[in-house]
Design a protein around this ligand. Structure first.
Ligand code: ARG
Length: 466
């Protein structure tokens, strides 16, 4: 048997009590209680509007607003008793309001339904959490820029196919992630702008017979727009899906960086050492220091993507307008937002505390014939067609490799044998810093570009220090 239904929003029509298991799967209070702040805020705005419009008396509105304030205080103080039988956050707030103020509580639900109410609450929650997320993205970007600035001259191998390709600045590599985060923030802002539409006033699905004023409620709650179609207003979860996609892509970017940190902190790479605060040991192998934080960030990407797929799947078969399936929208949203916020907040200090082994980076940039392109470009600049230059540089690599040397260790006579246009100045070109600094093309890795990019990032991310 279910709990005694001490307060039911829909008891009138029913003769038998709810089945206990039905009550359990029906209840969303276990997760939607997180919406209490938004639920109370929206109810206050609704009650105030009803009074302004003369739908309820100003005395009733006063009692409701004061009562809602007290309910909020109680919940904040941990004083609310959450019960499965009260289904969801909306019922809990209303039931407690009724206990506190009596009859006027029953007028709060005039001209609204839980359908438009829950859509309003979730939009408000996403708007609030979106702002927190943007701030966490800023902190993450700042950590990347700080790390880049700390190692502004460090050269490392740039990779394609995870094979050493051409030398790049470590700072350039970090700034690539800053770019991803700018796009993430842009996507977040776009999706929040589209979420900023008030659905309250759509009522159950068709609108209401009462003379309501949704525009004033929107203004009160900070929504930029109001809904245009009541059916759409109660069944639209695009904003949640977009939010989840934005989160999934942020997490994907974090995961790529996490993967690099895992690789780089291995003995095979030895590019970085992660601080103890973001590592763990092994219960059996005393020498181990494992990059768990980075691995978890990488691993949690699975659940965030799952959250997106989960919501899209819930939505795909739904007829208009509200269906109870939509109650399944909240857990993915809460889970993904919480996970991404945590991961951003772990990644930022982890980056600030990473030790970068500039000597290892440089050594790696010197091995692996990363200067082979320089040699080919050198020849091409002296009139050798690039295809041929490529071939000659390839032969130089073969010669150096077979004798266990780098390109910079071949003799001028050996170079002359390969092509007579090669002169002593080839050795300058073969130096990795030379290779880096000649890449002055827009967005290239030359110090000059990277310094300008760092300065620009500083200006955008620390505007107050101008
Ligand atoms: N807990 C519900 C949800 O999250 C609230 C809306 C319920 N509406 C209804 N008609 N039963 O979707």
């Amino acid at each position: 048997m279910a709990d005694k239904p001490e307060y039911k929003l829909w008891g009138g029509r029913f003769a038998e009590p709810t089945d206990a298991l039905m009550q359990r799967i029906n209840a969303s209070i276990g997760f939607d209680r997180r919406l209490w702040v938004q639920d109370i805020r929206a109810s206050k705005a609704h009650a105030a509007m009803l009074a302004r419009q003369g739908v309820i008396s100003s005395e009733d509105a006063k009692a409701i607003l004061e009562g809602l304030r007290r309910v909020g205080e109680e919940i904040a103080a941990g004083g609310m008793e959450w019960r499965e039988s009260l289904e969801d956050i909306h019922t809990h707030v209303e039931a407690r309001l009724k206990e506190l103020i009596g009859e006027p509580a029953g007028r709060l639900h005039t001209a609204r339904s839980r359908n438009d109410q829950v859509a309003t609450d979730l939009r408000l929650w996403i708007l609030d959490t979106g702002r927190e997320l943007d701030q966490a993205l800023v902190e993450y970007q700042r950590a990347l820029v700080n790390l880049a600035e700390r190692h502004r001259a460090a050269i490392m191998p740039g990779y394609t196919h995870l094979q050493r390709a051409q030398p790049v600045l470590f700072a350039h590599h970090m700034l690539a992630y800053v770019e991803m985060a700018w796009r993430d923030r842009g996507r977040l802002a776009d999706c929040l702008a589209r979420a900023s539409v008030l659905p309250l006033g759509a009522a159950a699905l068709a609108g209401t017979t009462f003379d309501i004023d949704p525009a004033s409620v929107a203004a009160d709650l900070g929504f930029k727009n109001i809904f245009a179609n009541s059916l759409d207003a109660v069944s639209d979860r695009d904003f949640a899906a977009e939010f989840l996609f934005t989160l999934a892509l942020i997490q994907t970017h974090l995961s790529r960086l996490a993967e690099e940190l895992v690789l780089w902190s291995s003995q095979e790479f030895g590019f970085v050492a992660l601080s103890d605060a973001f590592s763990t040991g092994s219960s059996i192998m005393p020498q181990k220091k494992n990059p768990d934080a980075a691995e978890l960030i990488r691993g949690k990407t699975g659940r965030v993507m799952g959250d997106l797929v989960s919501l899209l799947t819930v939505l795909k078969g739904l007829p208009l307008a509200y269906n109870k399936d939509l109650q399944e929208d909240k857990e993915p949203v809460f889970d993904a937002a919480g996970t991404v916020l945590d991961c951003l907040r772990v990644m930022a200090p982890m980056l600030l505390n990473v030790t970068v082994r500039e000597d290892s980076l440089r050594r790696a940039a010197q091995g692996g014939f990363l200067n082979a392109t320089e040699l080919a470009d050198y020849l091409a600049a002296r009139g050798v067609p690039f295809r041929q230059a490529h071939e000659i540089a390839g032969r130089a690599v073969r010669l150096a490799e077979s004798t266990g040397r780098g390109l910079e260790q071949l003799g001028l006579d050996e170079y002359k044998n390969l092509d007579s246009v090669i002169e002593q100045d080839v050795f300058e070109v073969l130096d990795p810093s030379h290779a880096v600094n000649r890449r002055v093309s827009p967005g290239g890795t030359a110090s000059r570009n990277v310094e300008a990019a760092l300065m620009e990032a500083r200006k955008r991310l620390w505007p107050e220090s101008d």
